[in-house]
Design a protein around this ligand. Sequence first.
Ligand code: HEC
Length: 92
Amino acid sequence: MKKISNFIFVALFISLILTACAPAANSSTSSLDGKTLVDEKCSTCHSADAVMNEGMTQAEWSNVVLRMIGHGLKVTDVEQTTIVAYLAQTYP
Ligand code: HEC
């Protein structure tokens, strides 16, 4: 019994996260600076701390942002470039 309720809890938690991500897909912002973009676009699925703790090169950040796009992050090409540049500069 305990295992089943644990499973239900995890399933609920995952669907909560997925629901929380959905509105981000609709918000279209443009011509913003890197910090604002990261604050707005990256905090919808996980806390900004997940981003802050990473120290990566520009190429590595580029890969992370590509993976986030795979997860459902919606950004324009310009926003993507701005975000990667900001992250590489701020969290090298
Ligand atoms: C649509 C939801 C979503 C959005 C939006 C999103 N992420 Fe993520 N992110 C995830 C998920 C899911 C994981 C865990 C799986 C993984 O690591 O690929 C994750 C993990 C991470 C990690 C830790 C994994 C690693 O390899 O270091 C970093 C760093 C990260 N995200 C950065 C970002 C940044 C920067 C942005 C904004 C440009 C962003 N995320 C936007 C869903 C999202």
